[in-house]
Design a protein around this ligand. Structure first.
Ligand code: 13P
Length: 254
């Protein structure tokens, strides 16, 4: 059985006081909605990981990082390694967000190594894929997303692949208020699952959680989450507001 997951990606937002206040609000609200079937994750900026981890200890909210290095250790000023995250007992890490691909030129090979680092250090990678607008307009979105997955994940064993969570985030829907329709999301999630099945078999493909991301909000979450192949959401802007994020978590339960 694959897991249902609602993950917030705070990106580079909130100062420390604001971050603690948001966690306190979420603990008051999300906790009441927590179910045994839905995992709730907040992916916070590096400096807040330990505090948020401590504030949420023993509660239903799990913590994730937004990136990790492809290297284990060494002279890589400014980088944070997967072993460091593991030493803080952080369970999740986002890998290959489109903003990392776009602004930091993260390559397919680098993302394969980051995924390896995450898995070697018992972190669950939330591996992001998704096409820019011009690719969808050329009707090449399925081809590109399959390529992104193949290039950075298909070297994994079936056992390791099953530890990965995939997030489909069409770039044109991120931060734009323009969500993919439930049909567009379902179609791409089915394509992704089929692609995984072509290499790893249907049983493995069916065990992998595929989240949708891109302008998910309290108003559209229920329809998106109701799609057969949508196992949850990776939420940006709406995860910065406690009431709205809680309503998104609730939409998963419904
Ligand atoms: P928005 O929900 O703000 O569109 O961001 C989505 C996203 O990039 C989550 O990783």
């Amino acid at each position: 059985m694959r897991k249902k997951i609602v993950a917030g990606n705070w990106k580079m937002n909130k100062n420390f006081e604001e971050a603690k206040a948001l966690v306190a609000e979420l603990l008051g609200m999300v906790e009441a909605e927590a179910s045994t079937t839905t995992e709730v994750v907040v992916c916070v900026p590096f400096p807040y990981l330990l505090t948020v981890q401590q504030l949420t200890a023993g509660k239903s909210i799990k913590v994730g990082a937004q990136n990790c290095s492809e290297h284990t250790s060494g002279a890589f000023t400014g980088e944070v390694s997967a072993p460091m995250l593991q030493s803080l007992h952080i369970p999740f890490v986002i890998i290959g967000h489109s903003e990392r691909r776009q602004y930091f030129a993260e390559s397919y090979a680098q993302l394969a190594k980051k995924t390896d680092q995450a898995l070697a250090n018992n972190l669950t990678p939330i591996f992001c894929c998704g096409e820019p607008l011009e690719v969808r307009e050329k009707n090449e979105h399925e081809k590109l997303v399959k390529e992104q997955i193949e290039a950075s994940l298909f070297h994994l064993s079936a056992t390791d692949l099953q530890k990965v969570v995939i997030a489909y985030e069409p770039v044109w829907a991120i931060g734009t208020g323009k969500t993919a329709s439930a049909q567009q999301a379902q179609d791409m999630h089915a394509v992704i699952r089929q692609h995984l099945a072509s290499k790893y078999g249907a049983a493995v493909a069916n065990s992998i959680s595929i989240l949708y991301g891109g302008s998910v909000n309290a108003g559209n979450a229920a329809e998106l989450f109701a799609c057969t192949d949508v196992d949850g959401g990776l939420v940006g802007g709406a995860s910065l507001k406690s009431r709205e994020f809680t309503d998104i978590v609730k939409a998963m339960k419904a």
